[in-house]
Design a protein around this ligand. Structure first.
Ligand code: GDP
Length: 297
């Protein structure tokens, strides 16, 4: 279960409050110290933690006591509300083009889960909208990447446009888009190359693909297990590409939950989907309120 560490830690904090009467300023201070520790241990970005704790403290101290809730329940509710707010409040749907095709560009570091998520997204669109997506194989550096995309595509029943590994990916994308127009595909999902870390050459290539394709969605795919690093890398991609959304992968294995809490605050961009397993149906729409509940356990 994701967030085990964080949720256990927070529950322990709140259990010390249960049954108490009115909370004193000292109680609030103690609780906030524990919340702060819990978030830092969960690898949430330091500035994000600082702001979060400040928000909760101000609200907790200034709150009118509600008759229906005990003071401790009230603090828990404020934390719940603020966690939800931190992650963006509402689920944000995929950007759609007014005319076909809607173009989705997947970006991210190598191993983050781009290709898997491209497949999951296609399956999601096929299941929910009877969509007819086509993939474009834009990762020309790893022959295995094209094979992997083809395997995924076969599993979801969608075609792949590819030209092997010898051509400029920008040309491949251009030809792929022409193919999509000819086939009247309603979605084009562009898989792009990743690297182990951000580098100028990759960013330049991704920028050229973006300028050619004018994607409706640039989805940054982030491995949630990398915590704060995921948020930092997201910021880097956003600065270069002005991403439109984030997919957080591997939440099934993430016991800390730092990335989910930091990424929205650091980039200002919404998390749109979460990956919760290797299988192609393990993609879910991201709901900030549900995630906050999950974190609070
Ligand atoms: P890419 O290099 O960014 O294209 O990453 P891949 O799509 O090849 O994924 C890298 C590894 O992460 C593969 O072994 C995937 O099966 C795995 N993976 C991707 N998404 C998830 C997820 O949500 N949960 C788990 N447990 N594994 C995932």
């Amino acid at each position: 279960m994701a967030f085990e560490g964080l949720s256990e830690r927070l529950q322990k904090v709140f259990s010390t409050l249960r049954g108490k009467g009115k909370l004193s300023e000292d109680d609030v201070r103690k609780v906030m110290r524990e919340v702060r520790m819990a978030l830092l241990e969960a690898d949430v970005n330091f500035d994000v933690v600082k702001n979060f704790v400040k928000q909760v403290r101000e609200r907790a101290l200034g709150a009118e006591v509600m008759d229906s809730l005990s003071p401790s329940q009230q603090v828990i509710k404020i934390v719940d509300d603020e966690l939800t707010k931190l992650m963006g409040e509402e689920a944000v749907p995929l950007n759609k083009s007014p005319h076909i095709p809607t173009i989705i560009m997947m970006v991210g570091l190598q191993g983050a889960g781009k290709t898997t998520t491209a497949g999951k997204l296609a399956k999601y669109l096929i299941n929910n909208e009877k969509a007819r997506p086509i993939f474009i194989a834009g990762d020309v550096y790893r022959p295995a990447a094209i094979e992997q995309l083809k395997t995924v595509a076969e599993q979801v029943g969608a075609p792949v446009y590819e030209e092997g590994t010898d051509k400029d990916p920008v040309d491949i994308v251009k030809n792929g888009l022409a193919k999509a127009a000819e086939n009247k595909n309603d979605y084009v999902i562009i898989d792009t190359a990743g690297r182990l870390e951000i580098d100028d050459k990759l960013m330049d290539e991704l920028t050229r693909i973006k300028d050619l394709a004018h994607p409706n969605e640039i989805l940054f795919v982030a491995d949630s297990m990398t915590g704060q690093v995921a948020a930092k890398v997201a910021h880097g991609f956003d600065e270069q590409l002005d991403i439109t959304g984030v997919v957080l992968t591997k939440l099934d294995g993430d016991t800390r939950g730092g990335a989910a809490l930091s990424i929205r605050a650091v980039t200002g961009k919404p998390i749109k989907f979460i990956g919760q397993g290797e299988k192609l149906d393990q993609l879910d729409v991201f709901h900030p309120d549900r995630m906050a509940n999950r974190i609070l356990g």
